[in-house]
Design a protein around this ligand. Structure first.
Ligand code: ATP
Length: 234
């Protein structure tokens, strides 16, 4: 499991995370929710060592992550998909996918690519196209596919639904759910779209001003009017 213990981070004088603790269980989706500026992105960036932790720890199966170089994350089974669809638009779909296989070391095998194309048939159809021509939804599929090339055990997803039409969000979340069910992936899903995130999550952790204010089973959180109105806006 992914265990976050008393994690704290600041940007200069701005405290972004204060003693954040929670556990993301194996083979489950843990949704990290909260308003703009609550610290969700900072949490993922601190777990993967992109932002220095001032205190506390994040361990995966006992290995400390926060003091491990970010580029070593794939070799520990951790894939971080940052916000903003970071596809390289000047490269083809397949070239983008190949980049995702490099983090593990060794060569990219044709069967690795086929595994991803089976999950994302729309990418298979456009494997030779420049990523530039992809829609927002296809770009999100591509960054997800690129992360999966490294065969991670843990997927850290930052706002995958941002800017996508509801129908595409539903498809994307269905796919994430099937990865969890079929492959036992552990997912930490950062979302502002709390309703969609909770529809596939097992647990929901709500951050407010860098602190955990709720840590509950997803169906309890989604079914509690007071909690929803106070923190989730639906
Ligand atoms: P959003 O949904 O807008 O991405 P978030 O919940 O992911 O919000 P963070 O981006 O982690 O929140 O920001 C948490 C706090 O840290 C905010 O007060 C933000 O202004 C501040 N912050 C984030 N990045 C930086 C930075 N690079 N330098 C200074 N302050 C930052």
């Amino acid at each position: 499991m992914l265990e976050v213990r008393e994690l704290s981070t600041s940007y200069g004088a701005v405290r972004a995370l204060s003693d954040v603790s929670f556990t993301a269980a194996h083979g489950e989706v843990t949704a990290v929710l909260g308003a703009n500026g609550a610290g969700k992105t900072t949490l993922l960036r601190t777990i993967t060592g992109l932002v220095r932790a001032q205190g506390g720890s994040a361990t995966y199966d006992g290995r400390e992550l926060t003091r491990t170089a970010p580029e070593l994350m794939p070799s520990l089974g951790i894939a971080h998909v940052p916000e903003g669809r970071g596809v390289i638009t000047e490269l083809t779909v397949e070239e983008n996918l190949r980049l995702g296989g490099l983090g593990r070391g060794g060569r990219v095998k044709p069967e690795d690519l086929e595994r991803i194309y089976a999950l994302f048939p729309a990418l298979a159809d456009r494997r030779a196209a420049l990523a530039h021509v992809l829609s927002g939804g296809e770009r999100q599929m591509l960054v997800l596919g690129r992360a999966l090339m490294a065969e991670p055990s843990v997927l850290l997803l930052d706002e995958p639904s941002l800017g996508l039409a509801p129908r595409i969000v539903a498809q994307l979340f269905e796919l994430v759910q099937s990865l969890v069910v079929d492959q036992g992936l552990t997912v930490l899903l950062v979302e502002q779209n709390a309703r969609s995130a909770l529809s596939i999550a097992h647990r929901g952790v709500v951050l407010s001003l860098g602190r955990v204010v709720v840590d509950e089973r997803a169906e309890v959180l989604a079914g509690d009017d007071q909690l929803r109105h106070a923190y989730l806006g639906f």
